[in-house]
Design a binder for this molecule. Structure first.
Ligand code: ZN
Length: 497
């Protein structure tokens, strides 16, 4: 028996008593995980299917190697080994980079365009600190000027990425975003100021970037990226930066990049942790090689639900900008085939090896996927920008609930948000059970004849309502629009977040 430590990612720590690392004994990775989940049953439900198979949106590593490329469950462990659980978060073979490095092709094509015009007097002055670096120099600066980079998402990750790419003189920068600036964005989305609230992000961003560097061209794409337009939009750029906050767009960006043969500079953030990599299927793995399928909707909370430290997207976004610049210059070692994990609380960086999955449906030798698919359906979510589909669970409006709470038989109010959200505001008389803890705390709901479930906006509570109904509870309804609808329609004095 070997003594190993299992690293628990933040989304799953609440099922491990808050522990970041659990010491476990075992001879193989499978045995270690089974022993651990025997004492932490909540973890087991998230890691394994009911049939006992490891879920496909969870990657397990022994030290820095993915167990899928070792002996899977039977991978042996020895004293001191670290077993890491790396789940997909919204918001990753030994690759021989020198053998047939397509990044060099990118470099050549950029270089060919770069020969056209020498640097002007203004450019020489503006970029003088770059010109002093032998890795950049005049030729490198011309490559930057002739490069075309698309940033998908002008939010937390897109802000620092766009600011630095414009500052260093990347000649054409595309921004895809259809949101407007909200007050709650300003804690981390440093492209925007308080005066910008209510304005379209891409318009504000374009003006800000052009003001900083009039020498770069900024293209605002204010439509959502979809299977219909993605190929056309991406075709006009050399490099794509994924700064999105949802799985549907991540898979769309990945697939379009693989089909077009373009590098996808990936970054994602969650609470205090970040991930970064460069997915380039021509020389390494794609995002699907790491996570063939997304987690079911609602299992991994978004940053809007779970929160994110303000500086975290700054750190990860700057890593993405750095990788894009390196690819343009053809300098250094790109993050191809490596997943960088950053933990702000521990202030630590770790690196895991990513291999190209020979069975990848998209980039493997026997790939079956030849085009883009319906990503909303693939990820089980309603399409962005379209009206919400009629709910498939019984619902109640905020006004109706207010009436019912004053009636002779008020319903039992079940709040399925996190304790931090409860601290900001909650409905009087409500009972708090965070959604992911609900399966283990059903006894607290048993006995209630009428139940109304609520969360912030109605999504998590809809999943909880479905769960309760599926388990045989009756008289359960979802509060449509969540506590946010209550604050807007019933109690305007309630704090919103
Ligand atoms: Zn792949």
């Amino acid at each position: 028996m070997a003594q190993v430590s299992v690293k628990i990612p933040t989304p799953l720590r609440s099922f491990a008593g808050g522990a970041a690392t659990i010491p476990v004994e075992g001879a193989t990775v499978g045995e270690v995980l089974r022993r651990m989940t025997a004492t932490h049953s909540g973890l087991g439900r998230h890691l394994f299917t009911p049939e006992g198979k490891l879920r496909s949106f969870v990657a397990v590593y022994r030290n820095d190697e993915d167990i899928r490329y070792l002996e899977r469950d039977a991978t042996p462990v020895k004293d001191g080994d670290v077993v890491s659980i790396v789940p997909a978060i919204a918001g990753g073979g030994e690759v021989d980079l020198r053998a047939a490095n397509p990044l060099v092709v990118t470099e050549r094509s950029v270089a060919a365009r770069a020969r056209t015009r020498s640097l002007s007097k203004d450019e020489t002055l503006r970029y003088s600190r770059h010109l002093l670096l032998s890795e950049v120099g005049v030729e490198g600066q011309k490559k930057l000027r002739d490069a075309k980079v698309l940033i998908v998402g002008a939010g937390g990750l897109g802000s620092p990425t766009a600011l630095y790419l414009a500052a260093v003189g990347v000649g054409k920068i595309g921004l895809v975003d259809f949101d407007r600036v909200e007050v709650s964005n300003l804690q981390r989305q440093i492209l925007y100021t308080t005066a910008d609230v209510g304005h379209a992000k891409v318009d504000v961003a374009r003006d800000r970037l052009q003001a900083m560097n009039p020498g770069v061209q900024v293209i605002a794409h204010s439509e959502p990226l979809t299977s219909t337009n993605a190929m056309d939009v991406l075709r006009g750029y050399d490099i794509v930066i994924d700064g999105t906050d949802n799985f549907a767009t991540r898979y769309l960006v990945n697939d379009a990049c693989v089909l077009l043969g373009k590098p996808n500079v990936y970054g994602s953030i969650y609470r205090f942790e970040g991930q970064a990599s460069v997915f380039d299927a021509r020389s390494g793995p794609c995002y699907r090689c790491l996570y063939p399928e997304p987690p079911p909707p609602g299992l991994v909370p978004s940053c809007a639900e779970a929160g994110v430290l303000g500086v975290l997207p700054g750190i990860v976004g700057v890593i993405q900008a750095t990788e894009a610049i390196k690819i343009i210059l053809g300098a250094g070692e790109p993050l191809v085939g490596r997943l960088l994990l950053f933990d702000a609380l521990a202030m630590s960086f770790r690196e895991l090896a990513l291999r190209k999955n020979p069975d990848c449906d998209l980039c493997g030798p026997h790939a079956t996927q030849r085009g883009l698919i319906d990503y909303q359906e693939f990820c089980g979510v309603p399409a962005v920008g379209t009206p919400r589909a009629p709910s498939d669970v019984p619902e109640v409006s905020a006004e109706k609930l207010a009436e019912e709470l004053n009636s002779a038989e008020p319903p039992f109010l079940l709040d399925v948000r996190e304790p931090e959200e409860w601290e900001i505001a909650h409905l009087p008389g409500a009972h708090l059970i965070p959604r992911l803890e609900l399966p283990d705390r059903l006894n607290e709901v048993t006995g209630a004849r009428l139940v109304v479930v609520y969360c912030k906006s109605g999504e998590r509570s809809s999943a909880a309502t479905k769960l309760l109904l599926g388990l045989g509870f009756s008289g359960v309804r979802n509060l449509r629009g969540g506590i946010d609808a209550w604050a807007k329609q019933v109690d305007p004095s309630m704090l919103r977040y």
